[in-house]
Design a protein around this ligand. Sequence first.
Ligand SMILES: Cc1ncc(COP(=O)(O)O)c(C=O)c1O
Length: 426
Amino acid sequence: MESIPHSPIPRHGLARDEVMNQLQAMKEHDQDWRGGRVFSLVYSAGDEVHELLQDALSLYSAENGLNVLAFPSIGIMQHDIVRNTATLLGADDPASGGAVEGYLTSGGTESLLQAVKTARDVARKDRGIARPQVVAAESAHAAFTKAADYFDMELIRVPVGSDFRVDVNDLADACTDDTILVVGSAPTYPHGVVDPIAEIAALALERGILCHVDACMGGFLFPFLAELGRFSEPFDFRLPGVTSMSADVHKYGYASKGVSVVLYRTHELARHQLFITSDWLGGFYASTAMAGTRPAGPIAAAWAALMHIGHDGYLELTRTAHDAARELRTGIESIDGLEVRGDPPATVMAFGATDPTALDIFAVGEKLSADGWYLDRQTRPDSLHATVHAGSAASVPFLVGDLRRAITSAGTQRTENRSTTYGQSR
Ligand SMILES: Cc1ncc(COP(=O)(O)O)c(C=O)c1O
């Protein structure tokens, strides 16, 4: 094994204070998201909500979400979370067919893995398709590639246009007799733009294929933006062709990490996600998603977030984050040589040089990092990526100021470091 310095399990356990001191010391090298300078990975609704999340996490630190017979309260909470998410995504509207149901998962990736696997199993059973294909824009989340890899399926990636949205005609051209699922994102992770979901859903309906709307990022944003009169595109189960959706409570639901929801239009589709076996010596085993043992703390924290923040609270958090995202966008667009990629309607955006030969946005990014800002980097084209949330809203004017200075100071410098790593590889 590679020799990375590590702390061996001590022969005699350390005192509680000592352990906590060591944890605090290790944490000093982490991003300080509380300072509002982290525009990735963390979604904060403020200290008060954070304390509630911590209390809920610790109340359920030992319970196991595998078995809701032993812990019925976990079953109640997960039902509430799924039901409320479904309501936000149009499940109570007669146009949805009134039969939407779904499950909790550990995050957006798992929701997407499950949706793709469900589509595969439905296609095998109903259409006899042996090697199914998924058609998705190149902007759809990397988890679709992961799903195709895990479940031995083919993923056909379709290029996006200059507005970073996919054209439905290009998706249609990519579909074959083996296509079982077509994907739209609301919004896409890389540029925060929304695919033409109504057209994609209509395509799926016409071809008799399933359609997944990845609202991992937008599921807890667009319903509130719509209510604020700031978003009006249809994107959910009110569109007849939409057969499954994903929405992450641990993003704009402002919950602790570890909770997403995957929803299906009908009971028949949803039951394909269940795994049931008695083919071993341990009795009847049933699970609703990938994991067996599931941490109950995040479920309790997600339930607590929904109940404590409440509908009006989400409206206010959405307004705060969206106002700040608009301010960031205006700030970026007021700087010579910089542009926001596409037309992101919500709170996620990518920006970079209008002329990459004149300005290296990664060199600018390094200056911002040195000032304590945390933004992701991505390429094709080279861009910095910002996810604006309520907890980072107040920092936006300072970010714009530092961005302006970073551009002046970067001048024509180029950095050797072209890494765009998002995730981990060891
Ligand atoms: C649109 C979209 N889908 C899926 C995911 C994956 O979510 P997770 O990181 O919770 O697995 C993300 C994450 O940012 C996302 O933005």
